[in-house]
Design a protein around this ligand. Structure first.
Ligand code: F6R
Length: 247
């Protein structure tokens, strides 16, 4: 996997924002939609801030952009401050000219009985949009991408899944306490992610051990991000600290 190392997260985020802007404009110039797969969490916040800046100051338009988010807690109300729906609107969608109907975030309010069907439809929507042109990923310290925890199948699709306790502990920083962190989530599967035409994984700070395992370790379902080694157009954009354990 090609790895681009930047001195700071800000520089890495600006590099990726530039790549996204270039893709959006290329697609605009040929009258096509640009389909982006998006992540939440602390990692992409600076990336979204830069895209918002480009919209406000450099006239970057999101009119032709269609988005699919990787995941959402379950169950959760859209309006909860903890939902990924709220996160995406707060950090990106409320500040750019994207058409609300072009935004797709797994629905944490969907009734449990209909979840399987709902997840199939989410996959079908991606197909209908022509597939994901560029998927942005973060990575968990256990190697998860989306919420595909260790043990997830490379064939997995969008589904309701159980979060590992390490993931709930990591994410509890956003909640009053651990018991408030949802135990379930809807997430794109590994096969969904690997179908994206291009993938960029971002990582900053204390993720050096899992970055080294993902890039240089053997391909195993115990490190879901290691499956990215099999993708033909995947790049890791990381900072110096996250690069510390690479040989
Ligand atoms: C979020 C997602 C997760 C995060 C990962 C890292 O949509 O898919 O895989 O990218 O848990 O989270 P942060 O960025 O908070 O370290």
């Amino acid at each position: 996997i090609p790895v681009k190392i930047f001195a700071t997260p800000t520089e890495g985020a600006i590099n990726v924002a530039n790549q996204i802007a270039t893709l959006i404009k290329e697609k605009q110039s040929i009258g096509e939609k640009c389909v982006l797969g998006l992540a939440t969490g602390s990692t992409p916040i600076k990336l979204y801030a830069e895209l918002v800046r480009m919209h406000k100051e450099d006239n970057l338009s999101f009119k032709n952009v269609v988005t699919f988010n990787l995941d959402e807690y379950y169950p959760i109300e859209k309006n909860s401050i903890h939902s990924y729906w709220s996160f995406m609107h707060k950090h990106l969608f409320n500040h750019v000219d994207i058409e609300p109907s072009n935004i797709h975030i797994p629905d944490g309010e969907w009734p449990k009985e209909g979840i399987r069907k709902y997840c199939e439809e989410f996959e079908a929507e991606i197909e209908k949009a022509g597939g994901i042109d560029l998927q942005i990923l973060g990575i968990g310290n256990n190697g998860h991408i989306g919420f595909n925890e260790p043990g997830s199948s490379i064939l997995s699709k969008t589904r309701l899944l159980v979060l590992e306790s390490s993931t709930r502990i990591a994410n509890s920083r956003d909640f009053a306490n651990l018991s408030k962190v949802p135990k379930l989530a809807i997430s794109m599967g590994l096969s969904t992610i690997l179908k994206a035409k291009k993938i960029i994984l971002l990582a900053w700070g204390n993720k050096a051990p899992i970055i080294a395992k993902s890039v240089e370790g053997s391909i195993t379902d115990q490190v879901p991000a290691s499956f990215l080694q099999q993708h033909e157009d995947c790049t890791f954009v990381i900072d110096e600290m996250a690069a510390n354990d690479l040989t």
